[in-house]
Design a protein around this ligand. Sequence first.
Ligand code: PBG
Length: 341
Amino acid sequence: MECQPNEITQPGVTKRLRRLRTTPMIRALVRENDVQLSDLIYPIFVEETITSPVPIPGLPGLSRIPENLLADEIHALNALGICYVMPFGISHNKDDTGSDTWQRDGLLSRMIRTIKSACPHMMVIPDICFCEYTTHGHCGIMADQDVDNDQTVAHLVKQCVNAAQAGADMLAPSSMMDGQVEAIRKGLDSAGFEYVAILAHSAKLASAFYGPFRQAVECELKGDRRTYQLDYANARQALSEAMLDEQEGADILMVKPGTPYLDILTQLRGQTLLPLAAYQVSGEYAAIKCAANMGILDEQEAVLETLIGFKRAGADLIVTYFAKQFAIWNQTTPSTMTTTE
Ligand code: PBG
């Protein structure tokens, strides 16, 4: 029998994937993901009683904004094109329960009102938690050395209704209590805030990357948050948390921190049709910023790479301390944000 030429040994056509990388234009044409300023939420730290900005040592380039300068800062952010802010309060009225958060004239509602009156179209998405407002620094009310889930949830609902009354557009509950999203949704609806959305910190992992944040908000935490935040070794549990939040009425599901948990984001993308968010937390910011300040990383390139990484992994939106810097880069060199050379 005559021997047939084996196809594998035939000279074939060389696969030239480099063909689509030859020029900036062709690379732009086939680019799969991009990031825009309208994808980014900017977290800000607002402190009562101080009168000038206080730089945050662990977050180089960022400061605590004095409450009396908040409106000016909002005007400046608006001028840069930033449309979404996530205010964190640095309270001088802490107590055991964090009761300042549900007072009509407490720091949380004052921040929201100030932002909305400075710039009515700026979307305000406050973090909803207690750790910045409690003397013990935990994310809820304590009972027997641990956070009491159901009492904390009842207080979270009061905090949310108060924030909605002050004008918040969307709420970002982050205390990782069981049943918090359902209770908050019901509380908002029965108070007439059916259109205030919930950006759920669904998969919030107990992370060392929150370190600079805790310094920034002067959270005097003794111990850790491992009885309520997720164990970072557990991806399936993270997905369960997120699926429950969806059933409970969350509008957007968030994974936090970002960079070490891209696998969870990607798996979640395959499980839900809701929009997904990633939170690039304080330690991720600090790591890039410190390396850039030492001249060992190109900040703009590194930041863009992480943000696009979140998008590629499945995020629609990103909470990042780099948002203001991104807006400034975008104004000076808009093309670098879309087409890298
Ligand atoms: C409060 C809260 C934390 C962060 C956001 N909301 C801290 C924590 O859980 O200890 C961290 C954000 C960051 O590190 O940038 N529940």
